[in-house]
Design a protein around this ligand. Sequence first.
Ligand SMILES: [Zn+2]
Length: 283
Amino acid sequence: MLPPPTVDYPGWKEWSGRSLEADHRHRDRWLLEQAMSTLAQRERWPGHCALCDRGVEFSLAARDGEADFREEMCCPGCGLNARVRAGLHLLLAGLPEGGRVYITEQASRPFVWLQSRGVAVIGSEFTTDPERIAELGKMLNGPLGGHGEIRFEDVTRLGMEDASLDAVASFDVLEHVPDYRAALAEFARVLKPGGRLVLTAPFIAAHEATLVRARIDGDGIDHLLEPEYHGDPVAGGILCFFHFGWDLLDEARAAGFTDARMVLPWAPGLGYCGALWTLVATR
Ligand SMILES: [Zn+2]
């Protein structure tokens, strides 16, 4: 699989000091997205799903005249939204034949999609509650169409051996991990040299520094901003601790990655538009 077209930035300096030409390109993309938002009244965007490798009509409902290019653009074939399709596309394009992958979710469409593609994939969930594990197991082996037992992992203390994996994928999980630096260090530890981390999380390109929304304070949680909860099909809302800024790249390098960049996949024909910022870091 060829990698998706992307615009890459290694850091805040390059992003904030981008050229006038880059700014024009940025504006042109934005103008096209505005036009697409208008078209979205029709609620469909014809394109090609790179994961399904066929022509499809992506869902593109607009709310208040703005299309949500990140959580929408769902493919009717794989059932995945733009954020996850672009993430898996980046992941697979750099995966060696027979490569081993860890994904920080298991009772989920991305895990099942990797499983259905014959990828040697390990997934996990962050729960030891037997009732929840049973529920998640039923979902995985039932409606999701996957197979296997639910595995527990704490991303800040992974059970995998050093340098045992070719890729780690994490889609909108890191913002829920209070000690996200420990998670990055663990992702680096379990990856082989040259292995890659492909990670999405709320990212504010206009922010050099990560916005801390909440932090652990003794036994409780100190809310620095209005609590923000993200949906979870089983557990209900999960507290979001961070909206990341460009310093996420510095943290990734400090965690042991040799190269880290924010990558912006952009290809309307593949249903990749808007701010699909993805962290791609190489061990
Ligand atoms: Zn698809």
